[in-house]
Design a protein around this ligand. Structure first.
Ligand code: FES
Length: 116
């Protein structure tokens, strides 16, 4: 579990990018919900932290695919693969992140995974 920052430092409507490997974006929606996803559009690498947050969705800044932050699923082309989601919580006023143990989505041009 990673302590990210005080919740007060990430106001509603804002996003925080963490330089992990791969990078993670934590979104604080206008409704006060927190979501954490890989900061890497599954279409062509764009940073979703640079996109537009609307409700529980983020729109990619490059080609406008929209991802549901609750599930990571895209709403349609050009993205076809979901982004990886992570657990995020608040304890005693601080945001905590648990990075998913699932492998990140393959990126365009990356070799396909063929085994464990
Ligand atoms: S890079 Fe995100 S939709 Fe193309």
């Amino acid at each position: 579990m990673i302590r990210v920052c005080p919740l007060a430092e990430l106001p509603p409507g804002e996003v925080l990018r963490l330089d992990l490997e791969p990078a993670v974006a934590i979104f604080h929606t206008e409704d006060g919900e927190l979501f954490a996803v890989d900061d890497n559009c599954t279409h062509q690498f764009a940073s979703l932290a640079d996109g537009w947050l609307e409700g529980c969705e983020v729109e990619c800044p490059l080609h406008a695919a929209r991802f549901d932050l609750r599930t990571g699923e895209p709403d349609g082309p050009p993205a076809t693969q979901p982004i990886r989601t992570h657990q995020v919580s608040v304890t005693d006023g601080d945001i905590y992140l648990v990075v998913s143990s699932e492998p990140p989505a393959a990126q365009p041009g990356a070799p396909l995974r063929t085994g464990p």
